[in-house]
Design a binder for this molecule. Structure first.
Ligand SMILES: Cc1cc2nc3c(=O)[nH]c(=O)nc-3n(C[C@H](O)[C@H](O)[C@H](O)COP(=O)(O)O)c2cc1C
Length: 174
């Protein structure tokens, strides 16, 4: 079994995908990883639309950030009504978005560990996606993830070093 840190480091944003379909079983395993993500007050206000075919093509037309031709996309939405009713304004405006990010990263890591590629798509027209998927009024499409078999895995883009990213507080040697 791969170490978690190895899976984290090996995950890449994959924009070059094979023209191959994925099985429902594969996708379901990936969704199970999302299901076990933590969420604020355990509200789990996100809903994942697993989209392929004509609706995917339509969404692509309204998603400047979607540069590949994935067989499947996940459109992760927030049920804002559930978030608000169960956790108030903080949940609707802040925590539910964090929850989406965490579920999304679980998806990306699970997919990567199965040899599949994902890419976060933040650049899309929310109103258009809502219309195409005929989402209920209280659903907000928050994030799109692509999923497919990688054709090419790019080199890792650079990361800031830990000194730039972290501050150690209250440690004896600082
Ligand atoms: C919130 C978010 C939004 C992103 N939106 C897009 C996007 O619209 N299109 C795209 O091709 N990549 C998008 N990316 C992918 C980033 O460009 C990528 O994660 C970053 O360059 C680091 O590369 P890596 O994921 O391979 O480590 C997004 C990533 C995040 C976390």
């Amino acid at each position: 079994m791969e170490e978690v840190l190895d899976v984290i480091k090996e995950r890449r944003s994959i924009r070059d995908l094979k023209d191959e379909d994925l099985s429902k079983e594969q996708v379901t395993t990936i969704l199970e990883a999302a299901r076990w993500a933590p969420s604020g007050s355990n509200i789990q206000a996100w809903r994942i639309y697993v989209v392929k075919g004509g609706k995917l093509e339509s969404i692509k037309k309204f998603s400047p950030g979607l540069l590949s031709d994935p067989p499947v996309i996940f459109v992760i939405c927030i049920d804002e009504e559930e978030a608000e009713n169960k956790g108030g304004k903080l949940s609707r405006e802040v925590l539910s978005r964090m929850d989406v990010s965490i579920a999304a990263q679980n998806i990306c890591l699970q997919a990567s560990s199965m040899g599949l590629g994902t890419c976060y798509i933040g650049s899309f027209n929310e109103t258009a996606v809502k219309e195409i998927l005929e989402l209920p009024e209280n659903y907000k499409p928050e994030l799109i993830l692509t999923l497919g078999k990688p054709e090419k895995i790019p080199n890792p883009p650079p990361r800031k070093n830990l000194e730039q990213l972290t501050r150690w507080v209250g440690w004896d040697d600082e």
